[in-house]
Design a binder for this molecule. Structure first.
Ligand SMILES: C[S@@+](CC[C@H](N)C(=O)[O-])C[C@H]1O[C@@H](n2cnc3c(N)ncnc32)[C@H](O)[C@@H]1O
Length: 301
């Protein structure tokens, strides 16, 4: 039975003292996270200061737990004094989550609207920024192969995390992902069978290494490193969401400078240029895929 008494019980606000103490803990954590990212930057040059605070705080908290640190300040001290743990720290701060043919309509848009124009170039450069564990690289390489373009394409696959890049280069994934990946591959306009592109062994699949033959894996930090290459296409999906708006603007500027005249930028479904300073440099080609083309005279390599 429910009655006013029960409801009152459930809706009772925490006592003021508990609220004050929760506020205090939150304020303290904010200071600790700020000091952690400042220390990381000053000691090692990795700049997370303009990442969105809410998700960054979650990741720093998880790192502290993973390191067995009692507090974030404790984690900061360990990070400062143990450079050999830096790759683990960077890997813990990055979110290398991806999947094959993620958002297949984006790949379909690339295949139908970008590949026919790329086909007019004798050599094609693609910069895939924030490639995580590489699922996106292999997906793109498969579609380029089927379009007859892979032979003359070089893919520069970059990420801030060395650990993620190593995994990407290995090209080994749980076999249980194959079925869903196959479904998305077909939705992306794949013309053969996804299973043609990997060898299964026990519970794992290894992607055909011919797909990585024209891929250069490189550590590159979008926040602190410069223009990467003269690209016909920059693919950077699900990365900018972690940045504050000013940092997004800075990175988008860098993409504009990296593109050849008339080059393409794809930022994927979770971001858009609507409120960005970079908006007037690009023409929207496909809203659902957030696919843009660099306007004449708007930067360009
Ligand atoms: C969520 S994953 C996106 C993977 C893939 N692009 C996709 O959409 O499926 C984000 C990736 O961005 C990388 N990243 C985060 N900050 C970065 C930075 N400053 N420079 C380069 N890569 C960064 C992370 O390491 C992570 O691998």
């Amino acid at each position: 039975m429910t009655g006013p008494l029960d409801t009152d019980d459930q809706d009772d606000p925490p006592p003021p003292a508990a609220m004050a103490s929760a506020r205090d803990a939150l304020a303290l954590e904010t200071i600790e996270v700020d000091l952690f990212v400042e220390a990381l930057f000053r000691r090692y040059g990795y700049d997370f200061r303009d990442y969105g605070k809410a998700s960054l705080t979650r990741r720093v908290r998880n790192l502290a737990t993973g390191f067995g640190a009692a507090t974030i300040s404790d984690l900061t001290a360990r990070m400062l004094h143990a450079p050999e743990r830096l790759p683990d720290i960077i890997s813990g701060l990055s979110v290398p989550v991806s999947e094959f043919f993620r958002d297949p309509h984006v790949f379909l848009a690339l295949k139908e609207r970008v590949f026919p124009l790329l086909a007019s170039y004798p050599e094609i450069n693609i910069w895939q920024a924030g490639c995580a564990h590489g699922e996106e690289i292999y997906s793109l390489a498969i579609l380029l192969t089927e379009a007859g373009l892979y032979e003359r394409t070089r893919i520069f696959a970059t990420d801030i995390s060395k650990a993620a890049l190593n995994r990407a280069a290995e090209g080994i994934y749980p076999l249980q992902e194959a079925r869903e990946a196959g479904r998305r591959y077909r939705a992306a306009g794949g013309s053969a069978s996804f299973s043609d592109y990997f060898h299964a062994r026990y519970e794992l699949m290894k992607l055909d290494q011919r797909l990585a033959a024209n891929v250069t894996f490189a550590e590159h930090n979008l926040v602190t490193d410069g223009v990467f290459c003269e690209a016909h296409l920059v693919l950077c999906r699900n990365v900018l969401i972690y940045f504050t708006t000013p940092l997004q603007d800075k990175v988008l500027q860098r993409f504009a400078q990296s593109l050849v005249r008339g080059g393409f930028l794809c930022i994927g479904t979770r971001e858009n240029l609507e409120f960005s300073q970079a908006r007037n440099r690009f023409q929207l080609i496909d809203g659902a895929a957030q696919l843009y083309r660099l306007l004449p005279g708007a930067g360009g390599a």
